[in-house]
Design a protein around this ligand. Sequence first.
Ligand code: PHE
Ligand code: ZN
Length: 861
Amino acid sequence: MIDALAATPAITRRADYTPPDWLVPDLDLDFDLAPERTRVRASLSVTRNGTHDRPLRLDGDGLVALAVRVDGADASWRMDGPALVVDLPGDAHSVETEVEIVPARNTQLMGLYASGGILCTQCEAEGFRRITFFPDRPDVLTRYRVRMAADKARYPVLLANGDPVASGEGESGRHWAEWHDPFPKPSYLFALVAGDLAANRATFTTASGRAVQLGIWVREKDLPKTDHALHALELSMAWDERVYGREYDLDVFNIVAVDDFNFGAMENKGLNIFNSRYILADPDTATDYDYDAVAAVVAHEYFHNWSGNRVTCRDWFQLSLKEGFTVYRDQQFSADQGSAAVKRIEDVRGLRAAQFPEDGGPLAHPVRPDEYLEISNFYTATIYNKGAEVIRMMATILGPQKFRAATDLYFQRFDGTAATCEDFVACMEEAGGADLTQFRLWYSQAGTPRVTATLDHAAAEARAHLTLRQTVPPTPGQPHKAPMVLPLKLKLFGGETAAPLIEERLVLLKDAETRIAFDGVTERPVLSINRSFSAPVIVDTNRSAADLAFLSAHDDDPFARYEAMQQLMLDTLVAAVTQGRADHGPVIDAVANTLADPALDHAFVAEAVLLPSDSFIGDQLAVVDPEAVFQKREALRRDLGRALEAQWRTLYESVRANRFEYSPAGKGARRIKSVALGYINAGGAADGPDLAFAQFDAADNMTDRQGALTTLANSPSDKRIAALDIFYHRYSDNGLVLDKWFQTQALSTRADTLDAVEDLARHPDFTLANPNRARALIGAFAVNQRAFHSADGRGYRFVADQLIALDKLNPQTAAKLVPPLGRWRRFEADRATKMRAELERILAQPGLSKDMTEQVSKSLD
Ligand code: PHE
Ligand code: ZN
């Protein structure tokens, strides 16, 4: 029978939170593992929480109870939809259940599933209920004892959370292992793994002298690619001790890499499970970008041991409590490993690429949402990246010492509990001595604040006035916004001498409008504002192209320097699109200056000279014609390539013959090499494709090889076919590199990309069943502003077809790919109509998942 309620899934609201009716201090799990049939026996010790007479309600998802016993005797129970309900007479009982599940058929990759011969689990947010009946909510903290048995030949390694306590041989080729996790944890942190795995091991000695056995578990053939991840783990452990005073707390810390994974990685207590793309790295197969991502994700998951596991979330509305804070921590960690300025530039670029559009579109939600249909849809750039910016702002307001005192207080006060964002802010206030009443709006108001900064100079009075105004745009469900606290770092430079006129200061803009006077300003001042991107806002200023060029050459904050160049480029491109033409001269001169500045390192220069992306340019426009944006951007790229050809070539030659070395300098050189190659080709140099092919061919590392391949994939040259072919055959047995092969083609700016991508979707190596592969082709194509927005609407139809197919396998991964179509309002009428029509077609599919229903219907509202 079809449950009528299933068709209209219920909304969960933050305001409705109530503490759990029953607690589960202890849980024994017994797994009889096999891909086609796994039997799960659970024994829960339950205690009534408070005075009430409500039954025990255990969440389930697709589970059938084979047996239910209370205190060892058969009990009466009933199903309420997917949940198991048991009436219990007393205040403490033991409840046993038994179910069977089929990991091999789990295509959603939530719960217990099979990935390339490995059995593994993914429980966040609500996957545990697909394994066993349980109060699957983060505020129920339980001590786990796990026993698992499996065929020894197929699954020689058996891992779970905590410490291993026993193991032995069973009958008919089976063996078993038992693990205990002494730390009470919510069910979303449960994990087990069974597989034919080998470990790269090390011992880490903590600050207090305890030895921790580290293991990175992969298939034997991948072991040589795990040194970077293992090293990153050791660095992370030492860093968290040094910077936050946080020590690791178990005797073992294991990481397992699997090929099929919905997200990047998962912080299960003592047993992190990773998407293999964030573990495996060697020079031949991973780019510098991949190396950095591996280190950042290893750090992120490790840091969760405190910010997430020791202190967890009361409910899923508090998700940013662990994610925003942990992203902030991993950003700080990465900044400490190399160039902090370049790291900040990359983080801001990511924020603008993913979070700003989210905040300005139909899926906008606060950092602490008020309601959801499907929690999986809230693992967003807003929760993670805007959440990290919110923590960063508090750190800026408090200063480093008080911020550390506040995080110490937070960890100490809430250790072993499930906390809220409010708890965190209260610690910031208490230990930081700050009043964050108004600041809390960052948690409740969605939308990117907009600041207008107008600087006036009265030369005769030697005085400057800065007028700051803020507005926060309406977002779905939030038509009216109050002014927020915006921490803006600013500084004034002399427009002629480049000397600082007013030293950097932190202004907390709290009102809708503020006027600040600066005395003793005799020279014409130039405003440097939102330095180091101190607030995640959009700033409009009355600075001329000349002022921006000046700052791009003279500002002493590298981020502000980058930002001035970006703004100059953006102003130029927006003028080109809206007025049909623009003067490229100022951008060319500013880029020439940057290239000629001996004080700048390669990594910074490579970031500074890159044009803003098509989509970021589009975000500045009232109505987007993506083809026009593409053409104007290409025109500026071509002019930069041509006008500065000699400089690009000199730069290119200076690093061309470098041998691979994994170091900040080596990375910077490779980055500038591919950027220069791109500009030489954009300028139309006759030998451009040959240069690219030579780089592709001679490369001793993936960064150079993929950099050259990207240039070729965009080029009219037929060298591109040869290069793609060579690349494919060289790496045909390496899934992660094949993802790059698909992705590079899906991102091509060539006019025939849509045809190529339709062919690739029929390629024997393409499959929607692997999330990395689906994202490499469909996800990449959907952000390719030119090809996806093909005027005939074929790109939209293609993506919609793929999402409909993917939803049947893996709704979570499908739902994450909806936002590009959901941006229809931003585009010119003809495209907007076609995009809408595809969303409507998706919504009309029978059996559409809750995940997709939420994303698509919100996008249509
Ligand atoms: N909690 C994981 C992280 O950010 C992300 C994740 C969420 C992974 C849900 C899987 C499922 O570290
Ligand atoms: Zn996380």
